[in-house]
Design a binder for this molecule. Structure first.
Ligand SMILES: Cc1cc2nc3c(=O)[nH]c(=O)nc-3n(C[C@H](O)[C@H](O)[C@H](O)COP(=O)(O)OP(=O)(O)OC[C@H]3O[C@@H](n4cnc5c(N)ncnc54)[C@H](O)[C@@H]3O)c2cc1C
Length: 495
């Protein structure tokens, strides 16, 4: 009897991680990717000598012995991919209404650094730091299935909003806003984003924070190579247009170029609503379809990619979160006059310890409404008015960055841009959503999408099924793959 086969739709981090894990378990793996390049948001793109990241700018917990280091080492990505540490004295800087606050790595330094700005808040900071750590430690996400999960603590903070817990823990309103300053990393919304998500992501970067030297594309390349080495294949330019089913199971996937791929098992790494769009079978109940398609998605963004003149812009080993007002909240609600309410500015790392940056990226929330006029167009064919729109938005965004970094404009050689349409067409995510389905505690269990479907041999993976980001997506891939026959031992790869 031949080995079982698994067909994976989409080559984002989730799809490639599943491909790697299943190839290692002996499955015959085929990954189908619609784009010309594998990787989804792991892709980097080159303009001149600058290599820009599209969706993986920095990672956390990647020092030897820490969680992401263990995951990436076990998946043979490390040590091949080089990481460059951010400044532990302030890996994030949060600017509120023009006043800057540094977020230091490690619990003690974190508390001491913020105590300089908020000397009366030491006890609150200690309490907050303890809470973050205990919530992160309470979940199997951080212990890789090896420790007991403290379900009561987790459930409590999964059902309480980030803003309400911050209010209950920290008295000083400005300090609360500083602590919430990293919220673009998970597109948090008042009253809806669980505090637990804030805790996981904050703790992840508090442990240690790094950029990927030369770009995150290397993670995708490493996973593709490992899949191929184990006899699998990753086929690009293959857009899946249908998942075919008989009365009980999925039988194959059809691609836009007329190809048909049969397999024993199927995993979809694309947005759950997009997956449902590929399924025309009564096996999927209408109520499930309606629920999943109605779930809210995280916002999209406008990005200005800056290529610098050589030796003109000193490299910044930190991320800069800037807000016009003294609050990081509600930046997704703007109008023509108030956009952008905030932005995230980061340098790319082209070599270990660079003195000067070659490129930087400025990201600001933007919704699909702003680009609706061009919704029916495709990449490269959106017209002169779209180009003018992008130039105007980039100029507006750069005015804000230049207020925080006077002289920056003189160092810029070229500016490239992307909009929600770029992300929509590049990842296939509704509205170009950055992180897929938005965690929303007001929806309870109905707000989540399980990796299992009603079709027994079709599973889901990717950022919308567990959590987004490098950690959430990798852990989601472990969970998805472990459910397949002969793959329950996958967690052992990481012990
Ligand atoms: C601007 C931005 C910045 C980010 N920064 C960070 C960061 O610094 N650190 C971090 O940890 N995370 C970051 N993230 C989040 C992280 O990139 C994602 O959570 C993660 O990469 C998502 O992986 P995925 O597997 O879910 O899918 P995706 O990366 O969305 O990939 C899905 C793939 O499926 C393909 N596809 C879609 N439809 C089809 C089809 N019909 N047929 C075949 N293929 C199809 C797409 O082309 C794509 O390649 C960022 C995201 C964004 C948008």
């Amino acid at each position: 009897m031949g080995k079982d086969t698994c067909l994976i739709i989409g080559s984002g981090l989730g799809g490639l991680a599943c491909g790697y894990l299943l190839a290692r378990c002996g499955y015959g793996v085929t990954v189908l990717e619609q784009g010309r390049q594998a990787g989804g948001c792991l892709q980097s793109f080159r303009r001149g000598d600058a290599v820009f990241e599209t969706g993986m700018h920095f990672v956390g917990s990647a020092a030897p012995g820490q969680l992401l280091h263990r995951l990436l080492s076990a998946m043979e990505v490390l040590p091949g991919v080089q990481l460059a540490p951010l400044d532990t004295a302030g890996y994030n800087v949060v600017s509120l209404g023009g006043r800057c606050f540094r977020i230091a790595g490690g619990r003690e330094a974190f508390v001491e650094t913020l105590c300089r700005d908020f000397p009366d808040s030491r006890a609150d900071l200690e309490r907050y730091a303890g809470l973050i750590r205990s919530i992160a430690a309470a979940t199997s996400l951080h212990s890789l299935f090896t420790k007991d999960t403290d379900l009561s603590l987790l459930t409590d903070y999964q059902t309480r909003s980030m803003d309400s817990v911050l209010r209950a823990t920290v008295a000083d309103p400005l300090l609360r806003h500083v602590l919430a300053g990293n919220l673009p990393l998970y597109a948090a919304r008042r009253g809806r984003t669980p505090f637990s998500l804030h805790a996981f992501i904050t703790d992840f970067y508090q442990q240690s924070a790094f950029r990927i030297v030369g770009g995150s594309q290397q993670i995708a390349e490493s996973l593709v190579n490992s899949i191929v080495r184990r006899g699998g294949r990753v086929l690009t330019g293959k857009q899946v247009t249908a998942i075919d089913c008989d009365g009980e199971r999925a039988t194959g996937a059809t691609t836009a170029d007329g190809g048909h791929y049969a397999a024993d098992y199927f995993i979809s790494d694309i947005h759950p609503a997009a997956t449902l769009g590929l399924l025309h079978t009564p096996l999927i109940r209408p109520a499930y379809r309606r629920r999943v398609c109605a779930l809210p998605n995280t916002t999209s963004c406008f990005v200005a990619y800056l290529r610098y003149k050589k030796g003109a812009v000193p490299y910044q080993p930190y991320n800069f979160f800037s807000y016009k007002e003294t609050t990081p909240w509600d930046c997704e609600s703007y109008d023509e006059t108030t956009w952008p309410k905030g932005y995230l500015y980061m340098h790319g790392c082209h070599e270990p310890n660079p003195r000067f940056a070659r490129y930087g990226m400025v990201i600001s929330y933007m919704g699909m409404d702003d680009v609706q006029a061009w919704a029916q167009t495709s990449t490269g064919r959106r017209g002169a008015d779209y180009e003018a729109f992008k130039r105007q938005k980039a100029s507006r965004l750069l005015d804000c960055v230049a207020r925080d970094f006077p002289g920056l404009r003189a160092g810029i050689e070229a500016v490239y841009t992307s909009t929600p349409l770029t992300y929509r067409d590049f990842t296939g995510t509704p509205g170009g959503s950055m992180y897929g389905i938005a965690p929303d505690l007001t929806l309870g269990a109905g707000g989540r999408v399980s990796y299992r479907t009603r079709i027994p041999n079709l599973l889901l993976t990717g950022q919308s099924t567990n959590s987004h980001g490098i950690l959430g997506t990798l852990i989601g891939a472990l969970q998805t793959c472990s459910a397949l026959p002969g793959a329950a031992h996958i967690p052992d790869f990481f012990s």
